[in-house]
Design a protein around this ligand. Structure first.
Ligand SMILES: [Cu+2]
Length: 281
């Protein structure tokens, strides 16, 4: 009898925990409420299956408990029960998978006019690149990655010289504008994840992955790495700030282009050489 009570309490407690506890996700800040809807569908289906299975177990423990002299029936095959279970399971799994296919299609179908923003993951920080005045991101090469050119921009590509580079800082995005997020890694697997955007995707060395989103409210959100990427993985945090158009323009005007950064890096290097030469004399 104790087992029956425990099983019923387990089913009831799980439902109550779901309804009453504040474990639910953070308020959404992007257009991806489709993602929430698919998760809610999954919750309903798995929640129903969980409660049904646990209560059925409780029923069986009670109904078929040991009684002196009682024997079990031998019934190795039951076609009706088998087809019923197979159909039910198939429908449940299909109902969980199908909405995901539609949402995935929307997730990677970038609307026209979306601004491109590149996010680069490396052990263990986030960097960002925005197209400059020409509205185009320059090409990159893994072999061009150096301490002065951590994102590996191609110096011979004019489109890249005016790209704005934000290294290990915060990314700003304008509210209400669609952005295409291009994801790149210069070392190992990382995963760009902003819980409030309901969006995450792996960053794979050697390829560029992407999705798009429209931020729907201003605020400051945390970027997490959702792929174990080494000892610094838990500290791999970043910040994305969703701004009003005006604040975004102000922030944008304060960022440095690739050519400005290269110039200051090389003048810094030549100063260092001059100082070294002077001290050597
Ligand atoms: Cu990482």
């Amino acid at each position: 009898m104790a087992v029956v009570v425990i099983l019923v309490l387990l089913a009831l407690g799980s439902v109550l925990f779901h309804v009453l506890s504040p474990w639910w996700w953070t308020p959404i800040a992007s257009n991806w409420n489709y993602i929430d809807n698919t998760i809610i569908i999954t919750f309903w289906i798995t929640g129903f299956a969980f409660v049904a299975v646990v209560l059925f177990m409780a029923y069986c423990v009670l109904r078929f408990r040991h009684r002196p002299g009682a024997t079990a029936d031998y019934e190795p095959e039951n076609r009706r029960l088998e087809s019923w279970l197979a159909t039910g399971t198939t429908l449940g799994v299909a109902a969980m998978l199908t909405p995901g296919l539609f949402v995935w299609h929307q997730f990677i179908t970038v609307p026209e006019g979306a601004t491109e923003v590149e996010v680069v993951g490396q052990q263990w920080l986030w960097s960002f690149r925005l197209s400059g005045a020409d509205g185009k991101l320059g090409t990159t090469e893994a072999r061009d990655v150096t301490p002065e050119n951590t994102l590996g921009l191609n110096r011979n590509d004019a489109a890249g010289l005016d790209d704005l580079i934000i290294e290990g800082g915060e990314l700003h995005l304008p509210v209400g504008k669609p952005v295409k997020i291009l994801l790149r890694s210069v070392d190992v697997l990382h995963d760009f994840y902003v819980p409030e955007f309901r969006a995450k995707m792996d960053m794979v060395p050697g390829m560029v992955t992407y999705f798009w989103l429209t931020p729907t409210r201003t605020g400051t959100f945390e970027i997490l790495c959702a792929e174990l990427c080494g000892t610094g993985h838990p500290q791999m945090r970043g910040t994305v700030v969703v701004d009003t158009e005006e604040d975004y323009r102000t922030w944008l005007s304060e960022q440095q282009t690739f050519s400005q950064l290269s110039a200051s890096a090389s003048s810094g290097a030549s100063k260092a050489t001059a100082v070294a030469a002077a001290t050597a004399q």
